[in-house]
Design a protein around this ligand. Sequence first.
Ligand code: HEM
Length: 320
Amino acid sequence: MEIMRSWQLPLALLVILAASSAAAAQLEIGFYSKTCPDAEKIVQEEMTKIIAAAPSLAGPLLRLHFHDCFVRGCDASVLLESTPGNTAEKDAKPNKSLRGFGSVERVKAKLEAACPGIVSCADVLTLMSRDAVVLSHGPHWPVALGRRDGMASSATEASNELPPASGDVPLLAKIFASKGLNLKDLAVLSGGHTLGTAHCASFDDRLSNSTVDPSLDSEYADRLRLKCGSGGVLAEMDPGSYKTFDGSYYRQVAKRRGLFRSDAALLADATTGDYVRRVASGKFDAEFFRDFSESMIKMGNVGVLTGSQGEIRKKCYVLN
Ligand code: HEM
């Protein structure tokens, strides 16, 4: 599959944004041009095979990068396994539903075969999440590279720092602000919920009779109750197009069919509600694509390690 489409080419502004915010984070476009010139191509080729075989992995791979960046920055700490003395991020409750670790190891192994010890797991994950979006028919954005891999991973930190599905906008905005991301980034990045599925346990508190959530469309609630009650485990977050990156998540939220309280909350707040309704109109999908690219570039710069900090792991699940 062609990874960049022609209508996305005039995004020169994104390149400038990526380069300038990367400079602040000390990352660089083309960071591996001398040390591993085919790095991006290798990731892209493997990702094309991975998503062709399992299109439903795009969502999990995007989510992995988000959960990495929100805890200790984008340093691949989410990929580390627990050790006898340490419970890692991966084993924190909100991370139990993460998937795609095997795919990251597969891509990393290809890179190690081509250029041993050069490309960090943090960069691999950043590139994979971008390619997951592109391969799901979403936007393409330039990724500045040079992240290094962290040496620590803590389940307690993950539990404390990841946004809860029950969060309202003030809480979510506070968590995003602590990562240098603003209210618009919150509205835009929540659009990542156009991809993927969620476990009934993540939203069934909105369905039970005693606590039924009035911000959830009642017909939709009935459908979800039926699905989860009859032994179902997963629900599509953007029903009908959960493998396609598009603006239809906002159309669901605008119809009070966002799956989590955190999705529904976006509609209730004036600023984020305006954004939801704007994209939901169907006239601004291209603007959403640009916004998403910008916010992903910002998220990919959160708390990165560079220079001689951290290490370049050989395998992403274990320190060297
Ligand atoms: C705003 C705060 C957010 C909250 C509270 C939140 C919460 C959640 C929850 C509870 C799930 C379901 C997990 C499960 O039950 O399996 C989920 C899935 C997902 N989230 Fe978020 N999320 C947020 C932001 C984001 C962001 C910023 C992105 C990416 C840009 C993202 C991408 C995804 C994706 C792609 C999935 C589906 C994963 C899969 O298919 O396995 N989320 N999120």
